[in-house]
Design a protein around this ligand. Structure first.
Ligand SMILES: Cc1cc2nc3c(=O)[nH]c(=O)nc-3n(C[C@H](O)[C@H](O)[C@H](O)COP(=O)(O)O)c2cc1C
Length: 332
């Protein structure tokens, strides 16, 4: 039985849904080629941060001059400019080289939250040949007086400005920590986002009790993180027209199949590729083919969003919640 794995993500034609998520995986050209040979359908480069761009352009981060003592403490938390993997110029050069090295789509990544001048850099990214831009909006809102509505408006403004500036598609990568995520997703689509990437992992510092110092902690994911993504993609895929990608917790072919069944157009992977190497994309693709053959499904369109009994509205969601808690009691 002939199985067609092609999918459309952000208007880009992908040979199959499994792609490299933003990470240092694509930092070296030889690895980039191995990822393509290993079967990756597309690549997202690691993020360039707003702070890097604004520091390189104006010597300031969010209007903060590093030489003004009142900002010294706030700025001391950022890495020194030379610690960032690539300067903005070097990022563009790397992007050009990656584009020249592979035939699969290459997506650049910016990480920032404000609609300040740093955003103009997105035009340089487009000119350097990126097939799309992924905008990672990672923010932990801690300030009293900073309202959810104001933050969400700022996010929409960033997307609106990028859409005015660019002709390439834009995906927005988000955390799940919103009061009304369904509305946030809808608003970003209305602002022009061509896709959403769900979800950012939330890197929380640990505490070293010997030194009593907070330490950054980055651990690879497991598929325990997948369920949150599956739920939201299942909820959103019938309500939004834009593309949906899952990132986080896709550890094995079965997880990738679940992502598609929930409604994802594309599946981004980092931890599993760091663990198993670039050829794992071929294992993902083969696993999907075997499963589709066993279910007599011949195209991704037949798989996407096919799962039945998914929560679709808040009443069902509550029913599901009650049933899940109940199922524990039933076992005892
Ligand atoms: C070492 C490492 C570096 C990462 N760098 C970035 C980055 O620059 N930008 C970004 O948006 N996500 C970054 N991520 C997050 C991944 O793109 C991805 O969303 C996350 O790892 C969850 O996917 P996974 O479960 O397949 O690992 C990074 C992850 C890892 C492990």
């Amino acid at each position: 039985m002939a199985v067609n794995l092609s999918t459309n993500y952000l208007g880009l034609a992908l040979a199959h849904p499994f792609m490299v998520g933003a990470s240092p995986l694509a930092d070296h050209l030889d690895t980039v080629k191995r990822l393509e040979d290993g079967g990756a359908a597309a690549i997202v480069l690691h993020s360039l941060f707003e702070e890097q761009i604004s520091l390189a352009e104006s010597g300031r981060i969010h209007q903060m001059d590093p030489f003004e003592t009142q900002f010294a403490e706030a700025l001391s938390g950022f890495p020194l400019p030379e610690r960032y993997a690539l300067s903005p110029e070097a990022y563009l050069e790397h992007l050009r080289q990656v584009k020249a090295a592979v035939r699969i789509p290459v997506i650049a990544s910016l990480n920032g939250m404000t609609d300040e001048p740093w955003l103009n850099f997105a035009t340089s990214i487009q000119q350097a040949g990126a097939d799309a831009l992924e905008l990672n909006m990672y923010e932990v809102a801690t300030e009293p007086g900073q309202s959810a509505a104001a933050i969400e408006k700022r996010m929409r403004d960033v997307v609106v400005q990028l859409k005015r500036q660019l002709t390439i598609p834009i995906a927005v990568k988000l955390s799940p920590f919103f009061t009304a995520f369904g509305d946030v997703a809808h608003q970003l689509e209305a602002a022009g986002a061509d896709g959403l990437v769900l979800f950012n992992r939330f890197y929380q510092p640990d505490i070293d009790i010997a030194t009593m110092i907070a330490i950054p902690r980055l651990e690879l994911s497991t598929n325990a993180e997948l369920l949150l993504r599956l739920r939201w993609v299942a909820i959103l895929h019938t309500r939004l027209r834009c593309s949906l990608a899952i990132t986080g917790g896709v550890a094995a072919p079965g997880d990738g199949i679940k992502a598609l069944l929930a409604g994802a157009h594309a599946v981004q992977m980092v931890s599993a590729i760091l663990r198993h190497g670039p050829a794992y994309f071929t294992a993902m693709r083969d696993g999907l083919v075997h499963w589709m053959e066993s279910k007599e499904l011949s195209s991704i369109d037949e798989v996407r969003g096919r799962v039945v009994g998914q929560a679709g509205d808040s009443i069902l969601e509550r029913a599901n919640y009650i049933r899940t808690l109940q199922s524990w009691r039933d076992k005892s």
